[in-house]
Design a protein around this ligand. Structure first.
Ligand SMILES: [Zn+2]
Length: 110
């Protein structure tokens, strides 16, 4: 999830919670987080305050660099290191930037 630079747009991954809960390792934490309810509430609040809320396809957001390079890593790898552009950061921060970029591209598409 990413709060764009303009702060008028909230961009989140369109995660398929039903599919994610098929993974028993992830299921409990996803249910505990009430992720679907959180997103519904976020959308409601965004619209109430005149902000845009959009969701983007979630595919590979954790496996891409902001330069567009594929940087495969499993869940145990917490630091993103891009062999193409040299960018190093926390993997979740990089994913948020990829999601933001994807959302802004979606909004600027004709
Ligand atoms: Zn890169």
């Amino acid at each position: 999830m990413s709060n764009s630079k303009t702060t008028n747009i909230i961009i989140a991954e369109d995660l398929q919670v039903k599919n994610m809960t098929k993974n028993h390792c992830l299921a409990k934490s996803i249910h505990d987080a009430g992720w679907s309810r959180f997103l519904s509430y976020l959308e409601y609040k965004a619209k109430k305050h005149g902000k845009r809320f959009i969701q983007v396809p979630p595919n590979n957001t954790s496996q891409l660099c902001i330069c567009g390079a594929d940087v495969p890593k499993d869940l145990s790898v917490r630091v993103h290191i891009c062999p193409k552009c040299g960018y190093i950061d926390n993997r979740d921060i990089v994913s948020a930037k990829v999601i933001e970029s994807r959302g802004l591209q979606l909004l600027s598409a004709p």
